[in-house]
Ligand binder design. Structure first.
Ligand SMILES: Nc1nc2c(ncn2[C@@H]2O[C@H](COP(=O)(O)OP(=O)(O)OP(=O)(O)O)[C@@H](O)[C@H]2O)c(=O)[nH]1
Length: 408
């Protein structure tokens, strides 16, 4: 398997079949944590890689597959490209996790179950999240077609068309599939090849990686099991990372001393890099990496470093303890039955903010029209001009209410 070159998100309402579809495409069942297995839902982000292949003999889309032999004529297939999947949880309480995953998606497959009315609340909320953070390359799948009649399927297709009108997915292809029965997976791969290209990366810049997971060693769910120090997992957004590079991680480590809290950047050495299930000497952007470091594993265990940024020392974006946001709010709350008006952001209001893979809570210190200043409970490392997804606490849940751009 080559190094993955693109991250494809699986998004959509709970139980609509995202993890089953990742399994159909990659052979990997990403729900491996005991709590996920017990409850039957995804809780964390899941990752899996696969290589899309094509039959040199058969016409498209029939020629696309993930196996070495063509499903139709049994000819040897040729490699097209290796991709990484980022499997989001669909449960309404896990939007922060979905948003953190969305930051590293180059495009997404919106999974909609054909045996339920469309849209379901998180079908809407996940599409809105992609809309807000500017992810435009979307393929829609109408899953579980084995459970509905042809007439119902056509009716459901019309519901999807109506729902996506005016959104970023208005012209997205809609592919009917059964992830469980492996039906029409070739047509889905053809659509992904058409709609989600490999991005053009800036390889000549210093390396920069968004951390989406971190582990100590040999834990269930870790993508690898042979690395000696702490492991960070995520995606390189630019530059090239080498197996013996120095690495800086920001904001870094929280240190309390004499009643004050400081965040100190961490520096370490890269010891090993795994990409596409292989150990590699250097990694380029796109796809998901697991990076072994010389860090004490207690610093990386249980996703402690998720949301931080790693890269060449001295080149990372600034750490913000507060920032000014130019606001772009939605009109109404999505993802709930009663879609109340959002109105304005008020001083002293707490907000959940997703910046890259980081999730933090901030309190609004001043708000005037389309501008808000926010003090963060936990700092974030981000460039001026970065996009921030903004959620407000409504009832017991954080609900997406819009986006902001960091201006200061
Ligand atoms: N009949 C049928 N069942 C399916 C299909 N795809 C998924 N399922 C079933 O739907 C249920 C939920 O599937 P998952 O893949 O866990 O759904 P999910 O969207 O990943 O769920 P969350 O990650 O928790 O949001 C499981 O029982 C699957 O076996 C399909 O194409 N046909």
């Amino acid at each position: 398997m080559s190094q993955p070159c693109v991250n494809i998100g699986m998004v959509g309402h709970v139980d609509h079949g995202k993890t089953t579809l990742v399994k159909a495409l990659s052979g990997v069942w990403t729900d491996t944590h005991s709590e996920e297995m017990k409850r039957g839902i995804s809780i964390r982000l899941g990752y899996a890689d696969t290589t899309f292949r094509k039959c040199p003999e058969c016409g498209l889309p029939g020629g696309y597959t993930v196996s070495n032999k063509c499903d139709q004529c049994e000819a040897e297939t040729e490699e097209v490209r290796t991709v990484s999947f980022v499997d989001s949880p669909g449960h309404e309480t896990l939007m922060a996790t979905m948003l953190s995953g969305a930051a590293i998606m180059d495009g997404a497959i919106l999974v909609i179950a054909a045996n339920e009315e469309c849209p379901q609340p998180q079908t809407k909320e996940h599409l809105m999240a992609l809309n807000i953070i500017g992810k435009k390359n979307i393929v829609i799948v109408q899953n579980k077609i084995d459970l509905v009649s042809r007439e119902k399927l056509i009716e459901h297709y019309k519901q999807i068309k109506e729902f996506v009108k005016g959104t970023v997915a208005e012209n997205a292809p809609i592919i009917p599939i059964s992830a469980q029965q492996n039906t029409n997976i070739d047509a889905l791969i053809a659509a992904v090849e058409d709609i989600i290209p490999t991005p053009v990366y800036k390889m000549d810049r210093p390396s920069q990686m968004l951390i989406a997971r971190s582990f100590d060693i040999n834990k269930p769910g870790a993508p690898i099991d042979r690395i000696a120090g702490g492991v960070v997992g995520g995606t390189l957004t630019e530059g090239v990372l080498h197996a013996d590079d120095e690495l800086e991680i920001r904001p870094g480590r929280k240190v309390e001393s004499e009643g004050t809290t400081k965040w100190i950047p961490i520096t370490t050495l890269v010891t090993e890099i795994f990409a596409g299930r292989h150990k590699v000497k250097e990694a380029t952007p796109g796809g998901l990496l697991a990076v072994g470091t010389k860090l004490d594993p207690t610093l990386t265990k249980s996703d402690t470093l998720t949301g931080q940024v790693a890269g060449k020392p001295g080149t990372l974006p600034p750490t913000h303890h507060q920032f000014t946001l130019e606001l772009h709010l939605l009109e109404r709350v999505v993802g709930v039955i009663d879609e109340e008006d959002i109105g304005v952001i008020k001083t002293s209001e707490p907000l959940m903010l997703n910046v890259g893979t980081a999730t933090t809570v901030g309190v609004v210190s001043s708000a005037r029209g389309d501008v808000a200043e926010v003090k963060l409970k936990r700092p974030v490392c981000a460039r001026i001009g970065s996009t921030v997804a903004i959620s407000r606490r409504i009832g017991a849940r954080w609900r997406l209410i819009g986006m902001g751009v960091i201006t200061d």
